[in-house]
Structures are given as C-alpha cells and as structure tokens.
Design a protein around this ligand. Structure first.
Ligand code: CTP
Length: 403
C-alpha cells in the first residue's frame, strides 16, 4: 500500500483536509498527518490521529511522536508528501529552504515527490512574492495544483479557494497510482467539449457536448502512465488536474485545429472526442445583430470548417494513432464506416446520439468500435469511465503492435 504524508498548514480550509484524508484512504492509500501549530488551532491533532490511527507530527521535540527523530521518520516513510492546504507562509518557507518547525523540517528532509495545494486569500495569492515563490517551487519540480476561483472565507469572490476534495484526491491518484504502465512515455492528445462559432460578439453556434467522455479517456490515459494534452472547447465538467496533463483552452474549430496540429508533432495518439462544428459563419457580424423592426426572417450564410480528424489522418506518421468518434442518429455502423475510411482513422468509436439528447451529458455510453478490415465490435452499455478505460487498453494494444 502506498504511503501519503499529508502536511496541514494554517489556512481556514484546513477542515477540508479531514475529508481529504478519508478520500485518500478510500482510494486504498495509507495516510499520516503532520500539522503546523497554526493548523492545530483550526483542526486538532486528535481528529487526524483518530482517522489515521497514527500520532500526528506537530512538534519537533515531541517525545511521544513516532520514531527517534520523528520528522525524518515521516519524511522517509512517505511515497508522496501533500501540503494541503498550503498557506502563503509555508510556501514562502519551502521556496527558501526554511525548516523552523516539524512540518517544514520534514518537507525539507523528504525525498518523496511533493504536491502543494495552496489555499489563501486572493490578494495573498496574487501578491508578487507568492507568485515568485510558486515559480521557484515549480522549477524545483514540486507538483502544484492551481487554487480554484469562487467564494472565499473573507466573504468575497476571488482566486484562492482550495480545489474540491475529490479533485485533490484524483490529483494524488494520478501522481501515485498508475493502474499499469502501458502508456508510460507516451503522449496522448485528447480533444473534448464542443467548439463554438461566433455569429456576432455575443452569440455563437454551439452544441450539446459536455466533455464527460473525453474526461473519462483523459483519466484512463493518466492512470495508464501517459502524458496527456487536453484541447478543450466548451465543457460542462471539471477538467482533471495532474502534473502529467496540460490543458489548452480553445473556442472555435480553427483554434482547435491549430492546437491539434501543433501538439501532433510529438504525440503518439490523437483522440478526437470533441464535438466539432462543421460550419461557421461566412463573415461573423462585427457588431451585435439587431432585430430590425419588421424583419420576418434572417438568413445566415455558413461555410464549412476544417475537418480536424481528416487532416490528422492524412498527416499521421507511422506508429501514430488517430482515434475519432462518430456521432450518429441513424445508420450508425454504415455512417461510421464511411468516416473510418474518409478520415484515414485507426479507430472510430461509433456513438448513437439518437433522441434529442442521446449520449450528450449522460453518465453512460453504448459504443461500437470500428477498425479497418475488422468486424464492428459492439460494447455493452457501460459508464463513460469504463468506456474510457477499455478504449485506452485498446489504444495501448494497438501501439504495441505498431511499434
Ligand atoms: N471532426 C473533426 N473536425 C470537424 C468535424 C468533426 O475533427 N470539422 C471529428 C470529430 O471530433 C469526430 C469525428 O470527426 O471525432 C466525426 O465527427 P462527426 O460529427 O460524427 O462527423 P462529421 O465528420 O462532422 O460528419 P457528419 O456531421 O456529416 O456526420
């Protein structure tokens, strides 16, 4: 079982560390906790000790703590150190190698990877000193999770909130638990969400894609040890944060095409899970379109967008895999077979989006897998998470064959 040392420091969000300890334990991790003196004012060590069944390291000179030199013992025990919530003060100390209490001394002594999850007032976060320290820690190879934006304890909106406990637990999981290493040293590019084509400065043509299927693929690829680039259009879900995952946000099809083209240079796999607009306005209005009095209809002239999957299929080099989706409301297999051939894809995941809503936004998906010169492989109705995992297994298997 992997060991996680959780270092709790004196931010109001310290109470969320209690939930995090539980969430990490549920993922099968063994957790021990150290707290700064300030953190103990917010959550007492007894709480963490009861949850973890280990004493909590607070004082460098505590005779009752585990081991002869307790901070070194904890530092050496851990497979991963997680500083959560991390205050601006502890971040500043870490960036400068200061070790004036049990927490900072153990953090200086550990050779395990260190993940830092800051939570603080938005002005503290934005302070140039904090940003300078964060950059130093990044350069030192520390794994940083960006704070969330939202309602702060101070009663106003700002950036500095601790991310959701589930997102932190997933972050820890991607650092620590790879299901297997079948995609290690592989770069996977996943597009997800929907593209939007502007009509005028305030309106756009869009679609119902939520991004859930793409996120499931990203998580599965990360768990298989891949490095992932997400190219995200508009989404209704939280995108995974991981040190092995970078996110490029785009709006239009053209922006997505440019990002894909760039990222494909050194990618092993492209998965086009995005719902891409097929048409855009010939010339979007520069000013907001007015509903001129008496006008009984309004004509839009649309022109085709670039087919991103098709151009990726055309330029792919030997050993590179291109995976597309086919969203169909009728003649699923026949239409998807055409796409497989037209776009020179290695795999098409055919998706029945019949009905007004179909798979969009749903937790489950029923797909059929098409590959050149093979019979369609119909997968049963599964959660999107399970489809993602199985698709990643298939991708890994194909990569092994190709290389
Ligand atoms: N796709 C793309 N670029 C586009 C349109 C679609 O890369 N301009 C990709 C999608 O991400 C998906 C695959 O092509 O992986 C099939 O998308 P789909 O919308 O099902 O089909 P289209 O190619 O757009 O064809 P049609 O709308 O006629 O069904």
């Amino acid at each position: 079982m992997k060991h996680v040392a959780v270092y709790v420091t004196g931010s109001i969000a310290a109470y969320k560390a209690v939930e995090l300890v539980r969430a990490l334990q549920k993922k099968g991790l063994t957790v021990r906790v150290a707290e700064t003196k300030a953190a103990t004012k917010l959550v007492g060590p007894v709480t963490f000790a009861s949850l973890t069944k280990h004493s909590v390291l607070v004082d460098l000179w505590d005779k009752s703590a585990e081991g002869h030199v307790p901070h070194i013992e904890l530092a050496d025990w851990a497979d991963l150190a997680v500083v959560v919530p991390a205050t601006a003060n502890v971040i500043a100390k870490m960036a400068n190698g200061i070790a004036d209490d049990a927490v900072t001394a153990a953090l200086l002594a550990t050779s395990a990877p260190i993940a830092i999850i800051p939570a603080m007032n938005s002005h503290m976060w934005g302070n140039p000193a904090t940003q300078r320290n964060i950059n130093v820690l990044k350069q030192d190879g520390r794994l940083l999770m960006e704070p969330a934006t939202g309602y702060l304890a101070e009663g106003y909106q700002g950036k500095g909130r601790l991310p959701a406990v589930s997102a932190i637990a997933n972050f820890v999981e991607t650092v620590l638990i790879a299901d297997d290493d079948q995609l290690s040293k592989r770069k996977v590019v996943v597009t997800l969400g929907g593209t939007r084509e502007p009509l005028d400065p305030v309106r756009f043509l869009g679609n119902r894609s939520s991004g859930k299927m793409g996120v499931a693929i990203v998580r599965a690829a990360l768990n298989a040890g891949a490095t992932v680039t997400i190219i995200a259009g508009s989404v209704q879900v939280q995108l995974p944060q991981s040190p092995h995952c970078q996110i490029i946000k785009v709006t239009t099809t053209e922006e997505m095409a440019t990002a894909v083209n760039q990222e494909l240079n050194d990618a092993d796999v492209l998965v086009m899970a995005a719902a891409v607009a097929d048409f855009k306005l010939a010339s979007p209005a520069q000013q907001k379109i007015k509903k001129a009095a008496g006008r009984s209809n309004y004509q839009l002239t649309l022109v085709p967008t670039i087919d991103i999957l098709k151009s990726a299929g055309q330029r792919k080099r030997p050993g590179q895999l291109v995976v597309g989706f086919a969203a169909e409301t009728n003649d699923l297999i026949a239409n998807a077979q055409k796409k497989l051939a037209n776009k020179n894809a290695d795999v098409i995941v055919a998706n029945d989006v019949g009905g007004l809503h179909g798979a969009f936004g749903s937790e489950d998906n029923r797909v059929t897998i098409l590959q050149p010169n093979q019979d369609p492989d119909k997968w049963p109705l599964m959660s999107k998470k399970a489809v993602g995992k199985r698709l990643v297994d298939l991708i890994a298997q194909l990569l092994r064959k190709e290389n």
